[in-house]
Design a binder for this molecule. Structure first.
Ligand code: NAP
Length: 272
């Protein structure tokens, strides 16, 4: 039987791409419900038409509670406060949850952690296979180059993005900090201006660009005297994230309640 997927944030950039990715995924998964926020003018619209695919017979609804019991898994790319409410609902109804939303506070993350003690949750700052491979490469680069390099993370996204640095940039910094035994909260430097003083070796710098329609570029620079290594990922379409999220949804259903990420889905967790 097909896995029944629901989407929240259906009218958003990722929501529309997810509708398309599910339609391309074949018979293993099916779009069972499409949710938008209650005030949306698109309530009642056909989700397939919204995604530019032609009618698929799934109407956009304004309340997740109305459709939650028709789902095996919810895929949520919305805003943090909506995701947190959706996570609580999924936990109460035994529905697995894939979270693509970024920008959570520690309190919001704690709600997600509680939900993950009741249902399987897969949360990733970036669902693309290429970025997840980069996480692995970054771990390796940090271990090899060690404390002999300056490490900086540079990211660029479209002008509509509302959080910075990107969740992916923070994850990349986290991978590097972990590999070097540093605490990212202590060593991160977000942007620089004015009389900053000389760079301290152990810091990990973050620089942000917001411009045009850039889907998502990330580069981590490992710079020594005389040479530098740069690991770069460039997304040219949201489809890479959407396909990864649909793959995660299929993988997640039936797993033990826990917080998973894309490294688990791709089997990269212990293959260093
Ligand atoms: P977007 O275009 O603004 O889409 C968000 C959608 O969620 C909008 O349609 C919004 O409706 C809707 N929404 C807001 N509150 C809602 C609620 N309570 N219930 C249902 N829908 C609600 O943003 P996006 O570019 O798709 O990105 C969404 C999130 O995914 C962001 O946090 C972004 O950083 C993240 N993201 C993650 C990945 C990844 O791989 N993990 C990749 C891309 C993006 P309104 O417009 O009416 O408010």
């Amino acid at each position: 039987m097909s896995i029944r997927i629901g989407i929240t944030g259906t009218a958003g950039r990722m929501g529309r791409t997810l509708v398309e990715a599910i339609a391309q995924s074949g018979a293993d998964v099916v779009l069972a419900a499409a949710v938008e926020q209650p005030e949306s003018s698109l309530i009642g619209a056909d989700a397939g038409e919204l995604a530019g695919l032609g009618r698929n017979g799934v109407p956009v609804v304004g309340d997740l509670a109305q459709v939650i019991d028709q789902l095996d898994v919810l895929v949520d790319f919305t805003v943090p406060q909506a995701t947190v409410a959706n996570a609580e609902l999924c936990a109460r109804h035994g529905v697995a949850l894939v979270i693509g939303t970024t920008g959570f506070t520690a309190e919001q993350q704690a709600v997600i952690d509680r939900a993950a003690s009741r249902v399987p949750v897969c949360k990733a700052s970036n669902f693309s296979t290429g970025v997840n491979l980069c996480f692995k490469l970054l771990d390796m680069a940090a271990r090899v180059l060690g404390d002999d390099v300056d490490i900086e993370v540079v990211e660029a996204h479209h002008r509509h993005k509302i959080d910075a640095p990107s969740g992916t940039a923070l994850s990349m910094g986290g991978v590097v900090a972990n590999a070097l035994g540093r605490d990212l909260a202590e060593v991160a430097v977000y942007g620089r201006q004015g009389q900053t003083g000389a760079r301290k070796r152990e810091t990990i710098g973050f620089a942000t660009v917001r411009a045009g329609d850039i889907v998502g570029d990330h580069t981590v620079i490992f710079a020594a005297d005389g040479e530098r290594v740069e690991i770069t990922h460039k997304a040219s379409s949201r489809m890479s994230f959407a396909r990864g999220a649909v793959r995660a949804a299929g993988w997640l259903v039936g797993r033990e309640p826990r917080l998973y990420d894309m490294q688990d889905v791709l089997g990269l967790r212990n293959s260093a």
